[in-house]
Design a protein around this ligand. Structure first.
Ligand code: TNX
Length: 580
């Protein structure tokens, strides 16, 4: 990454230097209406970008004001900028009521700043880096790719007042603080996972989650498409998987609802919608454990050749797909069908093969399962990702380990009694794998924030906002004193926020007694993800030297105004000083 980063300055540091007081000096001549008096404190507070950029200078000059003549200017041959420009224009039009043409300034129009977008920036900006300059009557966002420009436009969105999110015209001063920003992500992979296996999310709820991911610069949607309680992906070669395997979800037996699965068209709609937001969809087909839905649908992947009953309970560690030699042809054929179709329907070069919580298998059996899966995916040009348990098996270089360990595993790093998880990660790294960090006691969004929370689990402890924020991939793959590290910075691909759905119902400290306890998936996802998902976004995007929890908390409080505009039902965590 060769973006030049000025000495990191947190917003708090800028404020301390008194620069923010200058920001709101005089209203410039292009103000749409003299009544648009911009409050000093509002505008200062408005500099609340999440994740924190690599460098941000509040220049102290007057703010830039959008007006009825604002145009998004792009070079006529810059197709990447045109697509991002249209997307930005739509957001601005809805909220401002202005025409916001994309192209050149309309003749005669004069009110309001010009926004110039370009993907012709320096290659040193990388795939997702950008610069943003706002001063006078001009905002310029420059990147080396459409993706980088989209990330920059997202920052611009966050520099506008929260009403920009409302989707309907409001009468506020559309002021952008005068700033100079240089930014690029720390890690390439910034994921969020939905467990649609335990609980099916309708397409619209998946899109809602994608919108939220995009606002915080995530770039990978990991879909946990299969588990004991359900199979959600249409596989043409194996129609039974959705005919039988989609009839259950956690707590819901066959016959209690519609079959819960994505048709091919549904899934493509999700993939395309994600792509419009520069997010890849990483599909997961979990196995050899967490596979009761497959075992209920396909008799020949069971050792006795008989289908199991569809499962809608709450246990883990249930029987695996048969791994003894006499069933290997059938299991290989099953894996070939499902992994090939998962690969072909997906937009990412990564397919996740699960591998977690496997009871009573030998290492030889696990190796066979992992190697068979990786070979099938290699034929499709895909790399494998897996929960870190697959790290004990032979893996091609370039595979990705998802590290979901907790503080207990970390505490054993470098001691004579390192836990098996640690060996698995060491072994994977030695084979040329990289790590996605999703430590359960930091980034599992299904962990309760505190004892009062009615949904979710607490096996990895409570995860309040500070716990979700105050870590990084190096710290969670190192011994507590930092003296032994499993991975170098280069061996870390990124981070993931994982939203499991084992207990997506009210009163989750016990098993449910009524289907009325199940809240809609959008409500569950909003509550568990906000405010913590933006914290994980910052862990993945922002360099360590610009991160500071107090400043993050200040910015989160500002973002709550955006969530209100967007109708996001976030948790009013008692440890956060919300405005009201
Ligand atoms: C552990 S993390 C699991 C999931 C559960 C989750 C609940 C992992 C790879 N396996 O099956 O849903 O805990 O928190």
């Amino acid at each position: 990454m060769s973006i030049r980063i000025r000495r990191a300055r947190t917003i708090a540091a800028v404020a301390a230097a008194g620069a923010l007081a200058l920001i709101v000096a005089p209203i410039p001549a292009n103000a749409a209406d003299p009544a648009d008096v911009v409050e000093t404190t509002d505008l200062a507070a408005q500099i609340a970008v999440i994740p924190a950029p690599s460098s941000l200078d509040a220049t102290g000059a007057a703010p830039v004001l959008l007006g009825s003549g604002t145009v998004i200017k792009i070079h006529p041959l810059d197709d990447g900028a045109a697509a991002v420009g249209e997307n930005l224009a739509e957001l601005l039009r809805d909220a401002t009521g202005y025409a916001i043409p994309v192209g050149q300034r309309a003749a005669g129009a004069s009110q309001g700043a010009t926004i110039e977008l370009s993907t012709r920036g320096d290659a040193g900006l990388g795939d997702e880096g950008y610069t943003l300059e706002a001063e006078g009557t001009q905002v310029s966002v420059e990147a080396h790719s459409a993706e980088g420009l989209f990330r920059g436009a997202t920052t611009l969105r966050q520099l506008l007042p929260p009403e920009i999110e409302s989707g309907e015209a409001s009468d506020v001063a559309w002021a952008i603080p005068s700033v100079s920003i240089g930014d690029a992500p720390r890690y390439d992979y910034r994921g969020a996972m939905l467990d649609v296996g335990r609980r099916f999310y309708p397409v619209d709820d998946v899109k809602r989650f994608i919108d939220q991911m995009a606002l915080y610069k995530f770039n990978a949607l990991h879909m946990h498409l299969t588990d004991d309680q359900g199979w959600r992906l249409t596989v043409d070669a194996r129609p039974e998987l959705t005919q039988i395997g989609a009839s259950t979800q956690s707590g819901w037996k066959p016959g209690t609802g519609e079959p819960w699965f994505y048709t091919k068209a549904d899934y493509q709609e999700i993939v395309s919608y994600a792509a419009e937001h520069f997010i890849e969809v990483v599909p997961e087909i979990d196995g050899p454990s967490h596979a009761m839905a497959a075992k209920a649908s396909i008799p020949e992947i069971n050792c006795d050749g008989k289908a199991v009953a569809p499962y809608s309970g709450f246990d883990v560690g249930l029987p695996t797909i048969c791994l003894t030699p006499e069933r290997r042809d059938e299991v290989r054929a099953y894996l070939r069908d499902v992994l090939t179709e998962a690969a072909q329907q997906s937009s990412s070069d990564i397919v996740h093969i699960g591998g977690d919580e496997v009871p009573s298998t030998t290492q030889e059996q696990m190796d066979w399962y992992v190697q068979t899966s990786t070979e099938i995916l290699a034929e499709q040009g895909k790399r494998v990702m897996g929960w870190h348990q697959i790290g004990a098996s032979p893996l091609p270089a370039g595979s990705i380990m998802q590290w979901w360990a907790d503080a207990g595993d970390q505490a054993s790093i470098g001691t004579p009694n390192e836990r098996p998880d640690v060996h698995e990660l060491r072994n994977a790294l030695a084979q040329g794998a990289t790590v996605v960090a999703s430590p359960a006691d930091r980034s599992y969004l299904d962990m309760k924030y505190d004892a009062s929370v009615p949904y979710g689990l607490r096996w990895a402890g409570y995860v309040d906002l500070e716990r979700a924020y105050d870590w990084d991939p190096i710290s969670v793959t190192s011994s507590p004193d930092g003296s032994v590290s499993l991975a170098t910075e280069e061996q870390i691909a990124g981070v993931e926020a994982a939203l499991w759905a084992d207990r997506a119902y009210r009163g989750s400290n016990s098993l449910p007694t009524s289907l009325d306890q199940f809240i809609p998936t959008s409500q569950y996802a909003d509550f568990t993800s906000f405010p913590r998902m933006p914290a994980i976004a910052e862990v993945g995007w922002s360099s360590a030297d610009v991160r500071d929890f107090d400043d993050f908390e200040r910015r989160i409080v500002e973002h709550a105004d955006r969530w209100d505009e967007l109708g996001i039902g976030y948790y009013h965590a008692p440890d956060v000083p919300w405005k009201e």
